[in-house]
Structure formats: C-alpha cells, structure tokens
Design a protein around this ligand. Structure first.
Ligand SMILES: [Fe+2]
Length: 230
C-alpha cells in the first residue's frame, strides 16, 4: 500500500470525524517530526499502539478491502497502564470492508457514531472457526435480537451492537449514505471493547496481513501505530 494513499485516507478521516463533531486528542495530529522530540512520557501511546492505523490487509484493493482506524485508548501486555478496555474510531467509506473475522478474547460494541448507515454481516463461529449454520442472538442497544447465519444488520446513527467473542463479522458503510467527501459517502463507527490485541486476537476467514507493507512513495506525515520510534 502506498504511503500517499495512507496519508490521503488519514486526511479524509480527520474531515469525516470533524464533520460528525468527534474531536480527536492531540496525538492524532503529531507528525513524524514531532515524534523526534518525544521521550518516555509517551510510552503509553507507543506501547498500547494508540493512534492511526491504516491497512489494505496486504490485498492491494483499498477501495474494497481496507480499514482506517484511530485508536483512542487501549491496554497492552507490553505496558502496564492498568486499562482493560479499548476505544477506536473507524472510517467507513461506502463499500470498503475488512475481511470476515472474529476474536477469541475481545468482546466489542460497534456503534454508529454518525454520517450514514453501517451494514454488518454476522455469523456465529463453529468450533473449527468457520461460519456456523446455527441461528444466534445478539444484544442490539440492550435488546435481544435473533439472527440467522449471514444476516445483515443495519445500524443507523446512534445504534450499536454488542459482539461477544466467536461472532464472525464484517461491516461497511452503506452505499448511497454518508457524508460526501470528493464524491464518496463516509460513515464513522466507534468500537468500545475489551483490550484489543491486533497481533494475536484476530481470526481471519480470508487472506489477510493485518499490518501491511508500505511503499514509501512520499515522506510519511504521521506514524502508524506499529511504526513509532522506540
Ligand atoms: Fe472485529
């Protein structure tokens, strides 16, 4: 994935988050040059991997398969912040998905923070980690709802769903909805969860590189969460 595309999608995310009135913390705006003056006082940001996270999952088709996230808070096995929770903001361009996946440990609420609608495709994982044929229930804004395998849940702004570990999911911005930036509709989702361990707790059902290789076609403006200097 090209660095120019990484920087471009971060710029769009800043605009979309601003458009829904979600203010980001100062470290969202720190540049690669700013980081040269940072010491151990920002170890929590480095070690808990707070900040910008952009990936095309190594598949080279970012408009269809990709994710732009900003991690606001998280715990880590590398740094004792005492935090056992996490929060992220996610940019949902219409039609862009992550691969189908589930988590073994992380329980997460996906919240539509505004813009347009989010569509979530859902299955229960079977013991082999594949899509089960069984029906299941989930809590949607505190209400128990029945789901059939592969059912799509639509979340309008303000709505949320709670996904326990072992829930296979994939979500994206609904076509024709969202805040228009350069002709594309963007929705913003939030994730409130247990600690997010992106190195060990993602079980993918499709080919996937969680942190992809970046082609440095221009100097980076921001470090991504796995690129902070030690
Ligand atoms: Fe997930």
């Amino acid at each position: 994935m090209k660095r120019s595309l990484v920087d471009h999608t971060i710029q769009i995310a800043k605009q979309a988050f601003d458009a829904i009135g979600f203010k980001l913390p100062p470290f969202a705006f720190w540049t690669v040059d700013d980081w040269k003056n940072m010491g151990p006082e920002v170890d929590e940001i480095r070690k808990c991997m707070l900040g910008w996270d952009v990936t095309d999952f190594g598949q080279g088709n970012f408009p269809k398969l990709g994710r732009t996230l900003f991690t606001l808070r998280n715990g880590s096995t590398q740094y004792d912040s005492g935090k056992d929770y996490a929060e992220k903001l996610i940019l949902d361009p219409e039609g862009q998905r992550p691969p189908l996946h589930f988590h073994r440990h992380k329980m997460e609420d996906i919240i539509n923070r505004g813009g347009g609608n989010i569509l979530i495709r859902l299955y229960k994982a079977d013991p082999q980690g594949q899509c089960s044929d069984d029906d299941f229930t989930l809590q949607v804004d505190g209400q128990t709802r029945n789901f059939s395998p592969g059912e799509q849940l639509r979340l309008e702004p303000g709505q949320s769903v709670c996904m326990p570990p072992g829930t296979i999911h994939q979500f994206w911005g609904e076509q024709g909805t969202g805040i228009k930036i350069d002709g594309v509709g963007y929705t913003v989702s939030g994730e409130v969860s247990r600690v997010c361990d992106d190195w060990n707790d993602n079980c993918w059902l499709e080919p996937c590189e969680r942190f992809c290789t970046i082609d440095e076609d221009q100097p980076a403006k921001h470090h991504l969460v796995h690129e902070y200097p030690a």
